[in-house]
Design a protein around this ligand. Structure first.
Ligand code: HEC
Ligand code: HEC
Length: 225
């Protein structure tokens, strides 16, 4: 049965973020994310490293993706976010035609996605990422702290339990593209609250804030020793 894990996953998706409102407990320890618990398979970094072979042609051996942002950096991203995004693409809630054939259930079963995500989440974020021009960083900082830090964190560290992505050290061009897609409603799984804050942004605002995010450095995850 191709999508036998899906009901379980959807249960996780529909119930957990709602329960993860401000009163919810802090992010759970590694393997992080309630979604992973919902997958009922403990993430194994060694198995993940092997299974990641399917992905490295695009996302690169160190999980760094490409500095031009065509392929996002996955190293250091929360496992919960990685699993959610793969499942969103698989379920048609987010588009990535290039990636589609590589993440099919037949190619990478649900448990393997969990292993891969656990492995990637503990890889160091390469600092040689793609950055912007550096011309408008003060404005980027003001916008980020006012509108984005409440979810993505002061240092761009995101929040594993709430499925808020790490944005620190991600490639500028990718951050820019996803921000524009979210603003213009092209990314269907975009967060509704985020769409509200980013809606009035000009392209220049998005450039500035993306450049700022690309230069943030997230603190190391304590569970990844
Ligand atoms: C043929 C190239 C290709 C392969 C192979 C590939 N991906 Fe991707 N992946 C992409 C592209 C392109 C995107 C960006 C989609 C977009 O622009 O929205 C992406 C995005 C992602 C994202 C979303 C990242 C984020 O920050 O939201 C995750 C997670 C991901 N890929 C995981 C995987 C995993 C796991 C594998 C292997 C099982 C894999 N990918 C294989 C091309 C690929
Ligand atoms: C209410 C919380 C919230 C706020 C505020 C918010 N975001 Fe997000 N953001 C999210 C969530 C949740 C996602 C992932 C959505 C999903 O599941 O696909 C996301 C995804 C993103 C992504 C894509 C990351 C990736 O790895 O694919 C970018 C870029 C981004 N946000 C930028 C911003 C910027 C810039 C701001 C401020 C202008 C902002 N966000 C404000 C919650 C938020």
């Amino acid at each position: 049965m191709k999508r036998n894990l899906l009901p379980l996953i959807l249960l996780g998706l529909t119930t957990l973020p709602v329960s993860a409102q401000p009163t919810a407990p802090a992010a759970s320890p590694c393997p992080d994310g309630n979604l992973i618990a919902a997958l009922a398979a403990p993430g194994d970094r060694a198995k993940g490293e092997t299974a990641y072979r399917t992905c490295r042609g695009c996302h690169k051996a160190d999980g760094g993706g490409r500095t031009d942002g065509i392929y996002p950096q996955l190293a250091g991203q929360h496992a919960s976010v990685l699993v959610k995004q793969v499942l969103d693409v698989r379920a048609g809630r987010r588009d990535s035609h290039k990636m589609d054939p590589f993440i099919e259930e037949d190619t990478v079963p649900g448990g393997q996605i969990t292993h891969i995500a656990t492995y990637l989440s503990c890889l160091p974020t390469p600092t040689e990422n793609g950055k912007g021009s550096g011309r408008d960083l003060a404005r980027g900082k003001t916008l980020y702290q006012r509108d984005c830090a409440s979810c993505h964190g002061d240092q761009g560290e995101g929040d594993a339990a709430r499925f808020y992505p790490v944005v620190a050290g991600q490639h500028y061009a990718y951050l820019r593209r996803e921000s524009v897609e979210s603003r213009d409603l092209g990314r269907r799984n975009a967060n509704a609250e985020m769409v509200k804050v980013i809606k009035p942004y000009s392209d220049q605002d998005i450039d500035a804030v993306s450049d700022y995010m690309s230069r943030l450095v997230a603190p190391a995850k304590s569970h990844c020793k």
